[in-house]
Design a protein around this ligand. Sequence first.
Ligand code: ADP
Length: 271
Amino acid sequence: LLDALTDQAAVAIERIQLVADVDRAKLAAEADRLRSALLTSISHDLKTPLAAIMGAAGTLREFAPALPEPDRADLLSTVLDESERLNRFIANLLDMTKIESGAMEPNYAFHYVGDIVGSALHRARKIIGEHKTDIDIPADLPMLRLDPVLFEQVLFNLLDNAAKYAPSGSTIRLQGWLDNGFVTLQIMDEGPGIPPADLERVFDTFYRVRKGDQVRAGTGLGLSICRGFIEAMGGTISAANRTDHSGAVFTIRMPVPTELPTVDDPNGEDQ
Ligand code: ADP
């Protein structure tokens, strides 16, 4: 009996190993596919602005003396804008690498969320352009313990998307409130919204919903960075569609710290 059992066990182990081998091969193939998709996407995102820079710089070198001033200024703006786009993309890639390697170390301090909303709006003012803003953040919300640089970046990315995907002249609304030990912050726009099947996937690295989105300056990195940063600070972020109007709504929830800053521990390092 023992021999028979041993034989059966050996057969079973062999089968398990076979299945494991097949699974491992499948996983390796999927990893290869993802890696090459990632490289294609990164190369595309680097090459598009570079091509624009090279084109504008080449035209300038060849025709600058003969070109009227507005055209020269336009070409120079292209060089600067596209360099800025490249710079942002590379900064995003570096942020993403930090998040994925777990090397994200927030520099905590206590801040009022309204102040950070103010500085994000200021930084995004050019991008917001013709959009209207409607801000409803009560001044008496409790302070949050967060990294102001990371938090501002999250708000900036969300404002950037709202301005990018919603029509010019529409309203971007930011509202905040306190509930059950959390400060909730919502940013909503009047754009097309996000198809329900994509609401979770928009946070994936390099995921973009619409083919047409490829023509807009974007990398598919903004929202994955938002989630990485918010989760590193102990909060959550989710996407939904508005019910009162067309448009997307992003909701951030941050826990209210249980202890406030003290003279000995102004940044809440002991928490
Ligand atoms: P991107 O650089 O493409 O904007 P994100 O990670 O910020 O990358 O967003 C991922 C995708 O989610 C976008 O390509 C777009 O399809 C969709 N998306 C993000 N924000 C909005 C929004 N406010 N309204 C509609 N679609 C959005």
